[in-house]
Write a protein that binds this ligand. Structure first.
Ligand code: FDP
Length: 349
C-alpha cells in the first residue's frame, strides 16, 4: 500500500469546517465564523495550560470567590482572561458575560463593537482540577438585539432558542471542541502535534434511549419525592424497560453531558429543598448545553418545559436540568408531572 492509499480520505480542520458551514449562507459576513475561530484559539491556549497545570505552580486557590460564591481556582481566572482577550478587540462582539463576573463585560471604548453577544463559563467543573479529572469551557452566542452601538444586559438575557451558536470544549483524555450553529452538532479533537482541531465526530447523534443515569445522589434527602421515585425506579430490575441503569457522575457538567451525548442516558441536576433551582446556571451552562443536546436529537427540560424557552431575568439565574436521550427525558418528565404509573402508585400508598 502506498502512503497516499493509507492516508485518510479528507482531513477537515475546524477552520475548514466552519468555512464550509458558512458557505451554506451566502449572505454571511464571516463574523460568526471568525468568532468561532477566536474561541477555538482561546481553547487551544487554555488546553495548553490545563495540560501543564501540574507542572507549573498554577494550581491552587486564587483567594477569590466568583459572583455565585463558588471557590475560584487560578486556572479559572486564566481561562476567563484568555477568552476575553481573544475577543475584546476583534470588532465582532458587542458585549460579553462570564460565569466568573458579576455584571456584563463591556467591550473597551477604544474598540469597535460587533453584532454578536458571547456568554461563557471559562472553566466548568473546576472542583475537579486538582484531581486531574475532566473539565471544560462552555460558550453561547447570540445576536445583539439592543439599538445602541454597545451591547447591554438586555442582549445577554435572551432565551436559549435565540442562540446562533453554542458549544463546549472538553479538556479530558484528549481535548475536544463540540459545537452547533443550529444545523446539527460536530465534534473536533485537538491534535497537539500540529496544533489543530480535527473533525473527529461529524454529525453527533445522541441515542434515543440510554442505559445510564447521572446525578449527584448526595442531594437525595433534599429532593422532591418524585425525583427520588425516578432515581429509585431506574435502579430496579426490569429488562423490558432496560433497568437497572448504570450510574455515572463525574461532577463536571461538560464531561457528564459529553458522555451522555456519546452513549445516551440522562444527566440531571434537579432543584431541591435546599436549592429550589438547582445549581447550574441557565445562561452559561444549561442553555448552551441544551442547544447542543437538542441539535444532536436529544432533549433538555427544566422539569416542565424546554430549557431553551426559559426567559432569563438575571445573568446568574439557575435552573433545574434534565437532559439527554429523548426517551429518558420523556420518562423523567412523566415522573415529575405525576403521570408515570410508578408515581401514581406512590401517591396511593
Ligand atoms: P463545579 O462546581 O466543579 O464548577 O456548575 C458547576 C459544576 O461544577 C458543574 O460542572 C457540575 O455538573 C456541578 O457543578 C457539580 O455539582 P455538585 O458538586 O453539587 O455535584
Amino acid at each position: 500500500m502506498t502512503s497516499q492509499e493509507s492516508a485518510p480520505a479528507r482531513l477537515v480542520t475546524i477552520e475548514r469546517h466552519i468555512l464550509d458551514e458558512q458557505a451554506k449562507f451566502p449572505d454571511a459576513s464571516g463574523d460568526l465564523t471568525n468568532l468561532l475561530y477566536d474561541l477555538a484559539l482561546a481553547a487551544k491556549i487554555i488546553a495548553r495550560e490545563v495540560n501543564k497545570a501540574g507542572l507549573l505552580d498554577i494550581l491552587g486557590k486564587a483567594g477569590l470567590n466568583n459572583s455565585s460564591g463558588d471557590e475560584v481556582k487560578k486556572l479559572d481566572v486564566f481561562a476567563d482572561r484568555w477568552i476575553y482577550r481573544a475577543l475584546d478587540h476583534t470588532g465582532r462582539v458587542a458585549v460579553m458575560a462570564s460565569e466568573e463576573s458579576e455584571a456584563i463585560i463591556p467591550i473597551p471604548e477604544k474598540f469597535r463593537c460587533g453584532k454578536y453577544v458571547l456568554l461563557f463559563d471559562p472553566l466548568d467543573g473546576s472542583s475537579n482540577i486538582d484531581a486531574n479529572a475532566p473539565i471544560g469551557t462552555i460558550f453561547s452566542i447570540h445576536k445583539k438585539i439592543s439599538k445602541g452601538e454597545r451591547g447591554t444586559l438586555q442582549d445577554c438575557l435572551q432565551p436559549g432558542h435565540r442562540q446562533v451558536a453554542a458549544g463546549y470544549v472538553l479538556y479530558g483524555t484528549s481535548t475536544m471542541l463540540v459545537y452547533t450553529t443550529g444545523a446539527g452538532v460536530a465534534g473536533f479533537t485537538l491534535d497537539r502535534s500540529i496544533g489543530e482541531f480535527i473533525l473527529s465526530h461529524p454529525n453527533i447523534r445522541v441515542p434515543e434511549r440510554g442505559k445510564i443515569y447521572s446525578v449527584n445522589e448526595q442531594n437525595t434527602i433534599y429532593w422532591d419525592p418524585r425525583v427520588r421515585a425516578y432515581v429509585d425506579w431506574v435502579k430496579q430490575d426490569d429488562k423490558a424497560t432496560q433497568r437497572p441503569r448504570a450510574a455515572r457522575y463525574i461532577g463536571s457538567m461538560v464531561a457528564d453531558v459529553h458522555r451522555t451525548l456519546m452513549y445516551g442516558g440522562l444527566f440531571m441536576y434537579p432543584g431541591s429543598r435546599k436549592d429550589p433551582k438547582g445549581k447550574l446556571r441557565l445562561l452559561y451552562e444549561a442553555s448552551p448545553m441544551a442547544f447542543v443536546m437538542e441539535q444532536a436529537g436529544g432533549a433538555a427540560i427544566d422539569g416542565e418545559g424546554r430549557i431553551l424557552d426559559i426567559e432569563a431575568r438575571e445573568l446568574h439565574q439557575r435552573t433545574p436540568v434534565y437532559m439527554g436521550s429523548k426517551d429518558d427525558v420523556s420518562e423523567v418528565r412523566q415522573f415529575l408531572s405525576g403521570e408515570h404509573p410508578a408515581v401514581r402508585e406512590l401517591a396511593t400508598r
